[in-house]
Design a binder for this molecule. Structure first.
Ligand SMILES: Cc1cc2nc3c(=O)[nH]c(=O)nc-3n(C[C@H](O)[C@H](O)[C@H](O)COP(=O)(O)OP(=O)(O)OC[C@H]3O[C@@H](n4cnc5c(N)ncnc54)[C@H](O)[C@@H]3O)c2cc1C
Length: 471
């Protein structure tokens, strides 16, 4: 920092108004701790600009004073990427006041939104205009579109619609020196050189500050079916996925794997939720949507599941008979992370593998981890349709959950080595942040890391954007 902290705060207050520069401890507290309560930092100030020009001013001031910036949206990230470090020199740049829907273009099927709009509000604005915006996460009430793009969020409809990256056509970005890049193009074809927006998507605030985005819209589903299938094992889940893909094609939107312990934890904290096919070791929550024709969808889905039960691919199936029942089935999946948090800390992995490799991986990793940590509990769930598992390890019953966390490095090594050996990824959708920085350095090829460092040096030569995250 080349300027005094007080000086920087004064300049920031002149740029965004004193009321939008928070420095007192109770005010800044929600911004310096992550959602899981695992990372705690300190900050020079939390700055809350209201528009792109103010973001540019804040970034310019910080660049001149050599003050590092941690961008923050809804602060729901899982890897400590939006939490400042413990030194207290970093500014937290909160984007939540950039909350306008700028435009909906019906003929182009696009929506232009500012970075701080919560995901649920983007979905609602799309619905109000007669469209569907398919990105969907359990945190959608709090997470922002800027955070979704910066983490390249996945969620429950990737199988059909892709990740956040696949839904963005254009971005507006404030660069590290405060210049604004207006790349808000609503084009589905644009081969004019490097696709620069892709650099900022998934960059976790280390290359630029996203201030707005043009997103793709889709036709609203006219018919939907939600089902919970009981399964004997993960191989049964993979077989069911294959059967449903063949029978229902791209109407299959979501396919979520849930282990019995994950379901039990969710129902323990939400006893009002249903338990329609009790007593099985594994479950698949399946979402099927049709945007073209409502006719015969239910019948086709019922037939597909009947075939699956007859061939013993599925053991039992509950199909929601109303929207309310469908929401209740989804609540079983969406409340797992939050229920797990209430249970106490656990060793988490967000991994992806080729779908075909998952059953064998689960068997091998279960044996290896059970041998290393006798009695450890496995809480496994995730987006099986995308090959993405949230693979969590909790302390043995009665053991101290916090003390168990000391085993994280050893457990990570076992899990991540097995993932890497099968061509998988150590971070499927949550990113790297500060949680997995060392793991990234271990598993990425040196040439890949060199390219990443070169891009970082080109776009943020002073290293002021979210330092210590990702790289
Ligand atoms: C209950 C629960 C369920 C979840 N389920 C899923 C899931 O299914 N799939 C999934 O992918 N994630 C999931 N998440 C994780 C999280 O919600 C996503 O990572 C989300 O995209 C983060 O958005 P956010 O606005 O909260 O970002 P934050 O947590 O505030 O920030 C995340 C990262 O993005 C950067 N950033 C934020 N805004 C900007 C911006 N405008 N410009 C540049 N950088 C920025 C931050 O610096 C940080 O590096 C879940 C989280 C919770 C709590």
């Amino acid at each position: 920092m080349v300027d005094s902290g007080a000086n920087v705060r004064t300049r920031l207050a002149a740029a965004v108004g004193a009321a939008n520069v928070l420095t007192e401890s109770p005010d800044v507290e929600p911004y310096v701790t992550d959602w899981r309560g695992r990372f705690h930092g300190r900050t020079l100030a939390v700055v809350r600009p209201a528009n792109t020009a103010e973001v540019a001013d804040v970034v310019r001031i910080c660049n001149e004073a050599r003050v590092p910036i941690v961008a923050q949206g809804g602060n729901t990230g899982m890897c400590g990427a939006a939490t400042p470090d413990a030194m207290g020199y970093e500014v937290v740049l909160s984007l939540t006041r950039l909350d306008r829907i700028r435009a909906v273009d019906g003929d182009n099927a696009t929506i232009t939104v500012e970075a701080g709009v919560p995901l649920a509000q983007v979905q609602q604005a799309a619905a109000d205009a007669g469209f569907h915006f398919p990105l969907s996460l359990a945190s959608e009430g709090s997470c922002t579109i800027g955070g979704n793009l910066s983490t390249n969020a996945g969620g429950t409809a990737v199988l059909r619609f892709g990740n956040a990256r696949d839904l963005a056509l254009g971005l507006e970005v404030v660069l590290a020196d405060g210049r604004v890049w207006n790349g808000l193009r609503g084009l589905r074809k644009d081969n004019t050189g490097y696709d620069l927006k892709q650099l900022f998507i998934g960059a976790e605030g280390t290359l630029g500050i996203i201030t707005a985005a043009v997103l793709k819209l889709f036709p609203k589903p006219v018919a939907s079916v939600t089902a919970l299938a009981a399964l004997a094992d993960p191989a049964g889940a993979v077989a069911l996925l294959r059967t449903l893909k063949r029978g229902l094609s791209d109407r299959l939107v979501g396919f979520e794997l849930i282990s019995a312990p994950a379901l039990a934890i969710c129902r323990k904290h939400h006893p009002d939720l249903p338990d329609p096919v009790p007593g099985h070791p594994w479950y698949a929550l399946v979402q099927i949507d049709d945007s073209g024709s409502a006719s015969a969808l239910s019948e086709q889905v019922e037939n597909a599941f009947a075939d699956a039960v007859e061939s013993a691919t599925a053991l039992d199936v509950a199909i929601a008979q109303s929207e309310e029942q469908a929401h209740a089935l989804w609540a079983l999946r969406e409340n797992i992370s939050e229920s797990q948090r209430r249970e106490g800390p656990n060793i988490k992995h967000d991994i992806s593998l080729p779908v075909s490799a998952i059953p064998e991986f689960l068997e091998t990793s279960h044996d290896a981890l059970s041998a290393a940590f006798p009695g450890a509990q496995f809480v496994i769930f995730g987006h099986l349709g995308d090959g993405n598992l949230h693979y969590n390890l909790a302390a043995p019953t009665g053991a101290d959950a916090h003390a168990f966390m000391e085993h994280a490095p050893r457990a990570n090594r076992i899990v991540h080595d097995l993932v890497a050996a099968r061509g998988g990824s150590i971070s499927a959708e949550h990113g790297i942040g500060q949680l997995k920085r060392e793991e990234l350095a271990r598993y990425k090829a040196p040439v890949e890391l060199e390219m990443m460092r070169a891009i970082k040096a080109a776009l943020d030569p002073a290293g002021l954007l979210n330092p210590g995250k990702v790289l």
